[in-house]
Design a protein. Sequence first.
Length: 362
Amino acid sequence: MFVALTRLFFLILATLCGHWLGYRFDLARAGVGGEINSRIPQLFAFTAFLLASLFLVIEHNTQIISSKKILLSAIGLLLGLIMGALVATTFPGSVEARPICNILFGYLGIILALKHADRFNLSKLNFLLNPGHRIGENNILLDTNIIIDGRIKDLLPTGFLAGTLIIPQFVLDELQRLADSADPQRRIRGKRGLATLDYLQSVERRFEVYDIDYEEIRDVDHKLVRLARDIGARILTNDNNLRAVAQLQGVEVLNLNDLTNAVRPVAHVGEALRTEVIKQGKEPGQGVGYLEDGTMVVVDDGAGLIGRVVDLTVTSVLQTSAGRMIFTRPRAAEPPGNADETSRQKGGRAQERPRAAAGSRG
């Protein structure tokens, strides 16, 4: 909120300054006794508003640009300005030469720095400039799957995640490759991940892009584990394979699926449930439904109940790494306490019928 108010104040101040400059310019133009044109201050104010808005857009988008590219851009700009000043000295009689040379060579320095940024390896410099990342107690690395998953947007406001969220540059690059993929499904996943990052950078102050790469490692998951070991951070993921690899190397992993399963309501054998049977199960005669939290409910003899909301009794619960499955059977129409007695009475009557039939034949 404070950042938004600061940006709004900057926008208003820039507009007022533009209006004041326009007024001063109009006074100087008109001279003593001249006619003042009221449109000139308005034009300056509008121009200042547009420039301030453009500056805010640039400032907002630079939050997702890696620190490596920002540093190299600054170095390129500095070298470009120095080169521009040197070239401008060759035109001693031209007043316009220096600003023109500064603009051209400054732009050239930034572009060259950005184009060749991948050739510079500043990983050692990153650790020197950011010694806090060595501690890593509260640093959490996000992998590609957890970003695409999107549930982290709902998890952050709860306060369960304490620490700085770190997005490695190679994860960001992978999301960009997915978003530019020719495969529609991969493209959708990539764009969803980038949308999640855009949301995080707009609402989360404990968010930063960490510019580092391990060129000798090709797999992104292995790069993530290596980075977690180097800076002592934890990994937040929903990928069981990544969790297994990381734990084998002594890296602490936070699995979002484990948290989701842990906070789901516990179902006990004999407990009553009520849900809709929406499709057939894998086994003959089975029906399948889902609870509100997404837990799968398997209904024995429920294939004929598809489309109906039925009362169920839990018979068993199966816990897996992918989630929890609840096995149930439809509840009888009579009260549960009388179910066994009723079944015994039915069995007794069924045994009496053959005896009666035998007596009548005799």
